[in-house]
Design a protein around this ligand. Structure first.
Ligand code: FES
Length: 153
């Protein structure tokens, strides 16, 4: 599943917790860094590694928006869905991006270029709406500026 150096890293992480299950989030982050997303095979491997039921891993993977149970396109857009952004333009931003990209939340464009995902508060509430493109934060952009940004990546 993973190269030896990654297994060693995961074992080191697991050793820092009194119960293996408590290491689930950092283990999943490393697994996702390695694989790009957390498919069923990877989830099952993590469950075995942490001695938990596979459904427990699946519940965590599908609960947190920054963990991916489906593959991503070339670029990932995370739009904040939390209250301040929702009240300050994120609804319009969501509608614009869904229309422009032709996808729903969680979807990937037909050319595989963009995946549109939700994020919880990105700590930019005062400059809402906030979103990430490939992990880089953008705030309070007009829809024209959003279009220009996406055309530049
Ligand atoms: S609510 Fe969107 S950045 Fe805080």
């Amino acid at each position: 599943m993973f190269p030896e150096d990654v297994i060693s890293e995961l074992e080191e992480i697991r050793s820092h917790y009194p119960h293996a299950k408590a290491a689930m989030m950092p283990v999943l982050h490393v697994a996702q860094q390695q694989k790009g997303w957390l498919d069923q095979e990877t989830q099952a491997w993590v469950a075995d590694f942490l001695s938990v039921d596979p459904i427990e891993v699946h519940e965590v993977v599908t609960f947190y928006p920054m963990l991916y149970a489906t593959p991503n396109g070339e670029h990932v857009i995370h739009v904040c869905r939390t209250l301040s952004c929702d009240e300050c333009g994120a609804r319009e931003l969501w509608a614009h991006l869904k229309s422009k990209l032709g996808v729903e939340r969680g979807g990937t464009t037909s050319d595989g270029k963009f995946t549109l995902r939700a994020a919880e508060c990105l700590a930019s509430c005062g400059t809402a709406p906030a979103f990430l493109v490939d992990g880089e934060r953008h705030e309070s952009l007009s829809l024209d500026e959003v279009d220009a940004l996406l055309e530049s990546v």
